[in-house]
Design a protein around this ligand. Structure first.
Ligand SMILES: *[C@@H]1O[C@H](CO)[C@@H](O)[C@H](O)[C@H]1NC(C)=O
Ligand SMILES: *[C@@H]1O[C@H](CO)[C@@H](O)[C@H](O)[C@H]1NC(C)=O
Length: 196
């Protein structure tokens, strides 16, 4: 019984000490610490395949893209330097009227002088089901007239925390008059499915 009591009080002391140490760290402010196993991410990595359509509406009454910067008279026939901000719908089917699953928000710019190759810096912000509120960040090169373009996933949030992977883009419709495009995306993303 005595042994048990000593052991018991040691455990309690240890817990109190741990809590006060943790508390002290917060109170004093710490720049950096190695997290304990208890709060480190231990979930298994999984890979998710996402399939959706991206609608880049350049013309008409309600464009989803605006030009935000660029030279007034580009030195290149391909519009080198033109930079756009987009808030494009992502839908389940190829028609823009089909179910909305998220939005592609970000910037693209014509980054090549000899062809139409874009620098894409964008977030896919999802709104559908368990992906609602989670996002994937893309940073890549997009030579738009290639059949399939591959862009790296550089991170994510929510269920896509610590994401990595790639996105494959394939244009299914392009209107040469307005510049509107519909692009099919297959996204392969490895992530941990963190609960928020
Ligand atoms: C724009 O650039 C082209 C070719 O470089 C030139 O011929 C033209 O005069 C320029 N236009 C203006 C308004 O500067
Ligand atoms: C997504 O989450 C937002 C904020 O929590 C909520 O207002 C919205 O209704 C949700 N959308 C769907 C499709 O569940």
């Amino acid at each position: 019984m005595a042994k048990f009591t000593i052991f018991h009080s040691l455990v309690i002391n240890f817990i109190i000490f741990s809590i006060s140490t943790f508390h002290a760290n917060i109170v004093n402010g710490i720049f950096c610490e190695e997290v304990t196993d208890a709060i480190a991410i231990k979930r298994e990595e999984k890979t998710t395949h996402l399939h959706f359509y991206f609608h880049d509406i350049v013309g008409g009454q309600k464009p989803s893209v605006v030009k935000i910067a660029g030279p007034s008279n580009s030195s290149s026939a391909y519009g080198f330097g033109a930079t756009m901000m987009m808030d494009d719908a992502l839908t389940e089917g190829p028609e823009i009227s089909s179910k909305l699953v998220g939005r592609a928000q970000g910037i693209y710019g014509i980054a090549a002088q000899e062809d139409v190759s874009l620098l894409m810096v964008m977030n896919f912000a999802f709104t559908e089901g368990s992906y609602n509120g989670s996002s994937i960040s893309i940073l890549g090169r997009n030579p738009v007239f290639n059949d399939v373009r591959e862009m790296p996933i550089v991170g994510g949030s929510g269920v896509f925390r610590l994401a990595r992977g790639y996105a494959l883009a394939h244009t299914i419709r392009f209107d040469y008059k307005t510049g509107d495009a519909t692009v099919e995306y297959h996204v392969y993303v490895s992530h941990y499915g963190a609960e928020l």
